[in-house]
Design a binder for this molecule. Structure first.
Ligand code: GLU
Length: 445
């Protein structure tokens, strides 16, 4: 058995792209499954476009997904440095070797050109099978460096993969056509060729290449929009990998066990927001009250919703959970639980569609008095439901006429969990305060 070493090699010229996150994931899964090593290497040879902030965004995105790596720019390792900008000497040595051995020559200016005999290059791609390319298709000789200290991508990738003992190059299909050049450089330098697997492109719903125009491509924007990392990870795994059964939901550990390159498809993988939403909803529903609370906190903070009563918050989040698809929806849905809930809804919202202002005001007064009679002990969802429904029916007040304004008085919303549940979560004192506030809205009607 060989010691698998795989890598993801993003260029820090933009925020972490969902496609790069998918590439990172597939590499990581293979490494974890095979007891190998997963490496991050930053390909920052483009000095103008490479930025520290993008580097941070990339690592933060991979961490958010829950990926771990064994060597990388942040943690180092035996084969570093892991930023290409810090590896110039290694490239210069390789370029010098090629020049000395007559395998490359100086081109225009200071450029260095690899000398290529016309030939057909054949290699096996784990996803696409046998790939054959004739060197005539790209004109034979090609530039590998702008100067002895300024290598092009092709040279740097090959030299680094060798130096870092990479056994499997798993990357996006956009690099398939580069592979021939990489193999030619490997042969000229006397390196072995690693295994290759090119992952299918990500497509938008119109089956065009996924781009900023057709959808959001920045991974961390999904975090900020209230997607859960475990949902995103699960969804990314299914972009181009098929478990060959109908299974849709996998934890990270389950993916480590199930993943295999033979399940990677050739055809482009459609990034469907609709599908992602349904996966997110599934994971959101699975969170325990404590997990839900923890995951929602940054969103509640952003929405300015605070409460000193954690139990109340947990109950409110749990009550809203079945209807939420994103943490952002959830945070805005529980606005009613805030300590400083302003209750600044429109008065008209209190009036049920088949009712009127005078009736509503009277019923709110009666409801306020009735709530006063109910003991703290009976302020549970079930008891409130039983007591209030019996009372409404006995007094023939109409359930719609009475319960609609109760819901609005407590939440300021048309849609919320049932009013009995909300009342039990808010507790007797807060319910009384909100009912009074609702009555006051009618003034001296
Ligand atoms: N730096 C390349 C990219 O960001 C990856 C090259 C590779 O994986 O070989 O697309």
């Amino acid at each position: 058995m060989i010691n698998i070493r795989v890598r993801v090699a993003p260029s820090p010229t933009g925020n972490l792209h969902v496609g790069t996150a998918r590439t990172a994931l597939f590499n990581e899964l293979l490494a974890r499954q095979q007891g190998g090593k997963f490496i991050i290497r930053l390909e920052d040879t483009d000095k103008e476009r490479s930025k520290k902030e993008f580097e941070e965004n990339i690592l933060e995105g991979l961490r958010w997904l829950g990926l771990t790596w064994d060597e990388g720019p942040d943690i180092g390792g035996d084969f570093g440095p892991y930023r290409q900008s810090e590896r110039t000497a290694v490239y210069t040595a390789a370029l010098q070797q090629l020049l000395d051995q007559g395998k490359a020559k100086k081109g225009e200016g200071e450029t260095i050109v690899l000398l290529v005999e016309p030939q057909e290059v054949v290699f096996k791609d784990e996803v696409r099978g046998e790939v054959k390319v004739h060197t005539d298709s790209f004109g034979g000789n090609f530039i590998i460096a702008r100067s002895l200290t300024d290598p092009l991508f092709h040279l740097a990738v090959v030299v680094d993969d060798e130096a870092m003992k990479i056994t499997h190059v798993i990357r996006g299909e956009d690099h398939l056509h580069n592979t021939v050049k990489h193999i030619l450089i490997q042969r000229a330098l006397g390196y072995a060729t690693p295994s290759y697997a090119h992952l299918p492109l990500l497509l938008d719903e119109k089956r065009a290449k996924l781009s900023k125009r057709s959808g959001e491509t920045s991974l961390l924007v999904y975090r900020d929009r209230g997607y859960l990392p475990e949902a995103m990870l699960n969804y990314l795994a299914l972009l181009g990998w098929n478990p060959k059964n109908d299974r849709e939901f996998f934890s990270h550990q389950e993916l480590v066990e199930a993943f295999n390159l033979s399940g990677v498809q050739k055809a482009g993988a459609v990034f469907s927001m609709h599908k992602l939403d349904s996966v997110n909803k599934y994971y959101l529903q699975k969170l325990s009250p404590q997990e839900l609370c923890l995951a929602s906190l940054p969103f509640l903070e952003k929405a300015g919703i605070t409460t000193s009563d954690t139990q109340r918050l947990e109950q409110a989040l749990t009550a809203e959970q079945p209807r939420a698809a994103h943490l952002t929806d959830l945070a805005s849905a529980v606005e009613w639980v805030a300590d400083s809930w302003p209750g600044n809804y429109e008065t008209a919202l209190l009036i049920w569609k088949k009712s009127d202002a005078a009736t509503t005001k009277t019923l709110l007064e009666k409801m306020t008095a009735k709530m006063q009679e109910i003991s703290e002990e009976k302020f549970t969802e079930n008891d409130l439901e039983k007591i209030l429904l019996e009372w409404i029916d006995e007094e023939d007040m109409g359930r719609g006429d009475t319960l609609w304004p109760l819901r609005v008085a407590l939440t300021g919303r048309k849609h919320s969990p049932g009013p009995f549940e909300v009342a039990s979560i808010l507790g007797k004192g807060e319910v009384a305060r909100r009912l009074l506030l609702a009555q006051e809205k009618f003034g001296s009607l």
